[in-house]
Design a protein around this ligand. Structure first.
Ligand code: NCD
Length: 523
């Protein structure tokens, strides 16, 4: 079995899978590699050079540049390169992604999977599933690289883009002013910029797109949270008229294949708004450089081909940089590059379980509830359900608690006056004498804000207060509402949904779609 390096078994499933220091390391190593290549140096120190390691190219969506640069980067390393032919595989027999990868993974002692898919969050899900399988059979965990998942992210494109900007800016990280234009709605390469641009200390982003192709709100918010200064314009004409034009432009193609009929009808007008014209040339600042992840439309490119031989063309070099950055990425996950890394690595997120808290008891269960429930002598009382909320919400929550915790036993419930003059829900369970920890956590996730009282001889002997948990998982009654997500029921991949709390919202751990608390539930 091969030696393991610092980055072995890690994933690059989203930009943030590498800390900023790790991203910087990747750029510095790429720079060094390019220098060595240009100087005709001996390249053996960069290479994995072992067929014990296999790189699997799983492209379930079309690709030229990303796939071929990964293939060539893997060949550089002299490892085994496997090109998985999805269209002639058992996917057509309805085989799941997990089963397919388990099988491929068994063929070699160390693997790196490079996956492109329409489904969002695939790499993260496979990292969990195949990682657990690797532990079980005693293999090193495989590495996973997301080569573009639906409209979500394209982290390795992001790394080659940032590398290209850094090269152009002579490695000055102090600031960047960039214009992102084209299909900002569907383009995963621009979505990844919300995190990738953080490599620069001060970031100004001008977003130029008609509203139909505008940057989704969730990425705008993420850019704002990252401290970027954002300006929005509906067309290049209006942008250029503003007089405050960036000298780095990033074009993206109109992703017609992802658009609904309604937007497709407007394609001509939309394209016009983001297509560069000859008469715009003199409005550009000195030294402007254009970038594009490519491909561009050969009939109506937004960065037309008359620009190819001008100094504005940054996209040719950018595209070649894809090869170099990917040599480094495979080298890092393959264990040959990384042992000289010094800096902050990614810390594992910790989720505290303190959302269920035992609180001091306040004596007897009070017979405040004159209309209906008789105070229990012995049993459990779930109190303060949705306190202060509209009565209908309280009833819905009571219903949800009963359904999910399967409380179809002798019991009673109701909506009653709260001390504050508003309402609260209450469930009284005389036959239950204890709640195990996992049920307690479930209750916290279903009805944050409620209390659970354990009553003995009319005295409350224990009392717990629930607050909103940092993570909601392990429920059959939740699902991600993004139909393109790998954990969505329609994907039929049996990936257990999981949500992470961010402020008042819950983010799907796989596709990162932001949900309101109520929206994650199916009941
Ligand atoms: C991009 C992609 O696939 O997301 N291309 C690429 O990887 N070089 C952009 C696109 O398809 O327009």
């Amino acid at each position: 079995m091969r030696n393991q390096g610092l980055f072995s078994g890690r994933g690059i499933t989203v930009v943030n899978d590498l800390s900023l220091d790790e991203q910087w390391y990747l750029y510095c190593k790429t720079r060094e590699l390019k220098r060595d290549l240009a100087a005709g140096a001996d390249m053996s120190r960069w290479k994995i050079g072992s067929t014990d390691l296999g790189v699997y190219l799983m492209f379930l969506e079309d690709s030229t540049r990303t796939k071929e640069s990964f293939r060539n980067a893997a060949s550089f390393h002299q490892v085994r390169v496997n090109d998985f032919n999805a269209s002639a595989s058992s996917f057509n027999k309805n085989e799941s992604m997990t089963d397919t990868l388990k099988m491929l993974f068994g063929y070699q002692s160390q693997s790196i999977f490079v996956i492109r898919s329409k489904q969002e969050g695939v790499c993260r899900a496979m990292q969990d599933a195949i990682g657990a399988y690797a532990d079980k059979i005693g293999y090193p965990r495989p590495g996973f690289i997301n080569a573009g998942d639906g409209k979500h992210e394209h982290p390795t494109q992001e790394f080659l883009d940032e590398f290209s900007f850094l090269e152009h800016r002579a490695w000055d990280r102090s600031s960047i002013h960039i214009c992102l234009t084209g299909d900002l709605y569907h383009g995963r390469t621009v979505h990844s910029k919300a995190d990738g641009l953080k490599i620069f200390k001060e970031v100004k982003v001008d977003l130029v797109a008609p509203k139909e192709l505008g940057m989704p709100d969730s990425y705008l918010k993420r850019m704002q949270a990252n401290g970027f200064e954002i300006k929005i314009y509906p067309s290049l004409d209006e942008y250029l008229a503003s007089g405050k034009v960036a000298s780095i432009w990033y074009f993206t193609r109109l992703q017609l294949e992802r658009m609904g009929e309604e937007i497709l009808d407007k394609a001509v007008y939309l394209r016009k708004a983001v297509t560069f014209r000859q008469d715009m040339l003199d409005k550009l600042p000195e030294g402007t450089r254009f970038y594009h992840p490519l491909p561009r439309d050969r009939l109506s490119p937004t960065n037309p081909s008359w620009l190819d031989d001008t100094p504005l063309n940054g996209w040719d070099e950018q595209s070649i940089n894809g090869y170099y950055t990917r040599v480094i990425e495979i080298g890092m996950l393959g264990g040959v590059i990384g042992n000289d890394f010094e800096g902050k690595t990614l810390s594992q997120a910790e989720y505290k379980d303190d959302f269920v808290r035992e609180v001091p008891v306040d004596g007897k269960i009070k017979p405040t509830v004159k209309i209906g429930i008789k105070p229990v002598e012995n049993g459990i009382v779930i109190d303060h359900i949705e306190a202060g909320k509209p009565v209908q919400d309280i009833w819905n929550r009571i219903d949800k608690i009963r359904k999910i915790l399967k409380l179809n036993i002798r019991s009673s419930h109701g909506v009653f006056h709260n001390n504050q003059g508003d309402f609260k829900g209450l469930i009284s369970l005389p036959d239950i004498l204890e709640f195990d920890e996992s049920d307690l956590k479930k209750l916290g996730a279903i009805a944050p804000g409620c209390t659970l009282n354990i009553v003995k001889g009319e005295d409350v002997i224990k009392k717990y207060r629930m607050t909103m948990p940092p993570r909601i998982y392990n429920f059959q009654e939740i699902s991600c509402k993004n139909e393109a997500c790998i954990s969505h029921p329609a994907a039929m991949e049996s990936i257990a949904p999981e949500f992470i709390r961010q402020g008042d919202s819950f983010v799907c751990r796989f596709c990162e779609r932001i949900h309101r608390y109520d929206d994650i539930w199916d009941v």
